[in-house]
Design a protein around this ligand. Structure first.
Ligand code: AMP
Length: 176
């Protein structure tokens, strides 16, 4: 990833203390989303790492992963695969359960979203405890596809989320 741009982009991440509950410092990316320069820089700075990785699809995690991952997929010239919370996808799904920094949940992917021979890049806004990213990896592998990497805008390093993803290529542009 183009780390040179990280200090500039960090200025567009707003810390919101005690959201959605006490003790959580929420990383609000809406200032970055609304700024065309920062938004494009985000997509380019992340996509550059995967230009020669043979990525066939970007899997985007609901909901802020949709926003970032779609722009990254567009940079890479590939399509997107939505990974959604339970009950939102209309067709046949695979499921994986995960723990959030603040609760537990289930994510789903359509059974025809990808398959053997596909190389999927997973994108989300934040990695905290790593549970969501781990569940997303499991879903992609249930499809028979390969997880080519996990790309995050923000890594909360003190929560050690990447320890849940041993042996995987996990890259984050901005680290706290
Ligand atoms: P985790 O599964 O613990 O790695 O949590 C990652 C997921 O929860 C991502 O989809 C994030 O959007 C969200 N999340 C967790 N912690 C935060 C935080 N401090 N600020 C913003 N989003 C967060």
């Amino acid at each position: 990833m183009n780390d040179e741009n990280a200090p500039y982009l960090k200025k567009f991440i707003r810390d919101v203390p005690d959201f959605p509950k006490k003790g959580i410092v929420f990383k609000d990316i809406t200032p970055l989303l609304k700024d065309r320069g920062a938004f494009n820089m985000m997509a380019e700075s992340i996509a550059v790492s995967y230009e020669d990785a043979g990525i066939t699809h970007v899997a985007v995690i609901e909901s802020r992963g949709f926003l970032l991952g779609s722009a990254i997929a567009s940079q890479l010239g590939v399509g997107v695969i939505p990974i959604r919370k339970k009950g939102k996808l209309p067709w046949k799904v695979h499921q994986a359960s995960y723990e959030l920094e603040y609760g537990t949940d289930v994510v789903e992917v359509h059974q025809d979203a990808a398959g053997p021979g596909d190389r999927v890049l997973i994108v989300d806004d934040v990695i905290a405890t790593g549970g969501t990213a781990k569940a997303a990896c499991e879903l992609i592998e249930k499809l028979g596809a390969k997880v080519a990497g996990v790309a995050l805008l923000i890594e909360l390093s003190f929560l050690k989320g990447r320890e849940k993803l041993p042996g995987r290529d996990v890259q984050a542009l901005i680290k706290y």
